[in-house]
Design a binder for this molecule. Structure first.
Ligand code: AHR
Length: 307
């Protein structure tokens, strides 16, 4: 008996122009808008005819969007999967249609769909490390005796929510000054972050640290804290991930402690990596993006380039 052949991602022909699909999941925050803009900005320089869709926060619509791109004959697919499991059918269908897929910024369940088999590669940040770096910064910079933490999680079932949670929780809990009293989803959205924080503040009025999985929820939490008469930056330490303009401003204003960068600017990297793939170079399963860290030491130096 022979072992069943391992799946392989479809090849990409070398061409003058490519029909490129970019399936955005939603456009409800500045990070998503910056990512989509990065693909549009890259299209001309990279000779792409870009088809970009917006699934408006629905994994089912994102799968349908990919279906329609396949029907339109795209050469290559760039996919930021909203959630880890529901987008697996999209990856599998593209593969069956002979279209090489690159996951960008978020990933899918690695037990089911694999880089180098079902899709070419994942281009993106190390979300576990981002959470770990926030935890390490808090351990070094929190000045109280007891840190009472509220955690605002990203979209349930998404790779950044899963990994930013484990990266932070596993490291912060090594220091017994810290306790996580509540951890709830705010769906990576400012409004929901504010609402969830309002509710959690009533149950846990003694909270003095808020860890949000992205800057939008951190800004929402700051609004809720201020509405409740708290003083973010003085009696509550707010920390998060991304590096948006509003977060850098909040750091400059003394309301936020740190944001670990998660870059949305994937267009140029997408162009470079697909060119290498078409040229027959081998692409690693994970093309890792290096992230900076923004604090009051450097936020003002970076706010002009922020989104
Ligand atoms: O996948 C990356 C995350 O998704 C960003 O941190 C967040 O702002 C976005 O919605």
């Amino acid at each position: 008996t022979t072992m069943s052949a391992m799946a392989e991602p479809p090849p990409l022909a070398q061409k003058e122009r490519y029909k490129v699909g970019f399936s955005q999941m939603e456009s409800n925050n500045p990070w998503r808008i910056a990512e989509t803009k990065s693909f549009h900005d890259t299209a001309e320089a990279c000779n792409w005819d870009l088809i970009a869709t917006d699934a408006a926060g629905s994994a089912a619509k994102q799968v349908a969007d990919v279906d329609s791109m396949i029907a339109q004959g795209i050469d290559v697919l760039f996919l930021p999967p909203r959630e880890e499991k529901p987008l697996i059918p999209a990856v599998m269908k593209a593969q069956a249609a002979g279209i090489p897929t690159f996951l960008v910024d978020r990933s899918v369940d690695p037990n089911v769909a694999k880089a180098g088999e079902h899709y070419v590669s994942f281009l993106g940040s190390d979300f576990i490390d981002q959470g770990k770096r926030v935890a390490e910064w808090v351990i070094e910079n929190f000045e109280g005796d007891k840190g009472i933490i509220v955690e605002l999680e990203g979209t349930t079932g998404s790779s950044p929510a899963n990994d930013r949670k484990s990266g932070f929780d596993d490291n912060i809990l090594k220091d017994d000054r810290f306790e996580i009293v509540a951890s709830q989803t705010g769906d990576f959205a400012r409004d929901m972050g504010r609402q969830v924080m309002e509710t959690l503040l009533q149950a846990h009025p003694d909270v003095n640290i808020v860890y949000a999985h992205n800057d939008e929820m951190a800004i929402g939490a700051i609004q809720a804290l201020e509405l409740a008469g708290r003083k973010p930056g003085e009696d509550v330490l707010v920390v998060s991930i991304d590096g948006t303009r509003d977060a850098l401003q909040a750091i400059i204003d003394g309301k936020m402690g740190v944001t670990v960068e998660s870059s949305p600017f994937f267009g140029p990297l997408a162009c470079e990596i697909m060119g290498k793939y078409a040229a027959g170079e081998s692409i690693p399963p994970w093309v890792k993006v290096e992230d900076r860290i923004f604090t009051k030491e450097n936020a003002a130096d970076h706010i002009d380039e922020a989104y």
